[in-house]
Design a protein around this ligand. Structure first.
Ligand code: ATP
Length: 383
């Protein structure tokens, strides 16, 4: 873990970081994001001691980095920057292998790893290994930069806006490759960007900074759903969640208090409850809210007497989903099984909510309604 403890930084008399306290978890990709000049790069460069704090300490796995040998520290930290930092007079192979060779790793091991890395960054080794950086496109150079950062099996990789100079297609490809690499390698990556879409796509955790301070550090899901203040919600922007619909879960869209009846209640009570609430189905639960079954209008067609208990006529074989089920899976489930009312339960099968195709349509429509309202608001402001 990388731990920032009471870090302050001033350049001459300008304070650029104000009491930064941050834990960066091992094996996770943490994104530092915020407006220009908020201190992201300064924070990043403190990890490999390119910049020193004015006060405070940084620890890597409980060791104060100021007490470590700086060469050893930097060799275990990969570093990727926007301008790639590749040596122009060295081939792709020489660039990737520079640190392993300095560390006297066996030559055949180095070559094997280089070929592996080239494949992982989707560059054909036969075609590209002996090219010079000037013979590569911007995206290919950045790929080589990423491969180089992974070459000496570093514990930590620092990435400072590595993809921001690329066209959107190359950028998207590199983001996907980084996600795939990270899934396999599980490095501790600290990634600086301006781009919230990029952050949401790649991050395990996002740390939002402003004016040299950390405003919120949390998972993308929590940041999108529970911005801590107006600055974060403005920074994140409305409807950003729809760029990652997997993060929209059953609990975010379900009807929270579905109509219920007890399994011992007579059927006529259930019918009365349905009539009063103007619904066409009712969930049957036990005294602990544990879901037992469902009665729908259709069930009533097959029942000859209303003087039976709910438990005698209810449908017991129900599809249930958990509260963290994603909207994408939910759509698939509804389409595949032609479902009309899906109960949402917790891990103990207690009823928490209800999803109907109508709930889904309303939720999917909200993003467009929000946009329209925003536009209408803008127009009103102008007039
Ligand atoms: N070497 C330096 N000397 C003086 N001021 C500096 C130095 N490096 C950075 N600063 C100032 O520190 C502040 C934070 O800079 P930093 O580069 O960390 O911001 P950033 O969030 O990474 O910005 P950007 O997104 O524009 O790259 C800025 O006001 C910058 O001008």
């Amino acid at each position: 873990m990388i731990k920032f403890q009471n870090i302050n930084k001033s350049f001459r008399n300008q304070k650029v970081l104000n009491n930064i306290n941050l834990n960066i978890n091992s094996g996770e990709l943490t994104v530092l994001i915020g407006p220009s000049g908020c201190g992201k790069t300064t924070t990043l460069k403190m990890i490999n001691r390119l910049i020193h704090p004015t006060s405070g300490h940084i620890f890597i796995n409980d060791e104060n980095i100021e007490k470590k040998d700086i060469i050893k520290l930097r060799r275990k930290i990969g570093y990727v920057i926007q301008q790639t930092g590749l040596f122009p007079h060295m081939t792709v192979k020489e660039n990737i292998e520079i640190i392993p060779r300095l560390e006297h790793v066996k030559s055949d091991e180095i070559s094997k790893k280089t070929v592996e890395l080239m494949k992982m960054i989707d560059l054909d080794p036969d075609e590209y290994l002996y090219r010079f950086p000037a013979q590569l496109s911007g995206g290919q150079m950045q790929r080589v930069g990423v491969a180089r950062a992974f070459a000496y099996d570093p514990d930590i990789i620092l990435m400072d806006e590595p993809f921001s100079a690329l066209d959107p297609i190359s950028r998207n490809q590199l983001q996907q490759e980084l996600i795939a690499l990270q899934e396999k390698m599980k490095k501790t990556i600290v990634f600086v960007t301006h781009d919230m879409d990029e952050a949401v796509k790649i991050a395990d955790r996002i740390c939002i900074m402003n004016n040299g301070e950390i405003v919120q550090a949390d998972t993308p899901e929590n940041i999108l759903k529970e911005p801590i203040n107006e600055f974060v919600s403005n920074f994140v922007g409305k409807n950003r969640i729809w760029t990652v619909p997997d993060l929209i879960r059953a609990k975010d869209i379900m009807i929270k208090n579905p109509v219920t009846a007890g399994s011992d209640e007579p059927l006529c009570n259930c019918i009365e409850k349905m009539r009063k609430s103007k619904v066409d189905s009712i969930f049957i639960v036990d005294s602990n809210d544990k879901l037992e079954g469902l009665i729908t209008i259709r069930t009533l067609n097959d029942v000859h007497s209303h003087n039976v208990k709910a438990s005698e006529v209810m449908n017991k074989s129900l599809f249930t989903i958990y509260e963290d089920y994603s909207i994408i899976n939910l759509l698939q489930l509804i389409i595949d099984n032609n479902l009309s009312a899906i109960p949402v339960v917790d891990r103990r099968q207690r009823l928490k909510g209800l999803i109907t195709p109508g709930t889904l349509v309303t939720s999917l429509g909200m993003q467009y309604l929000d946009n329209e309202n925003e536009k209408a608001g803008d127009n009103n402001e102008l007039s």
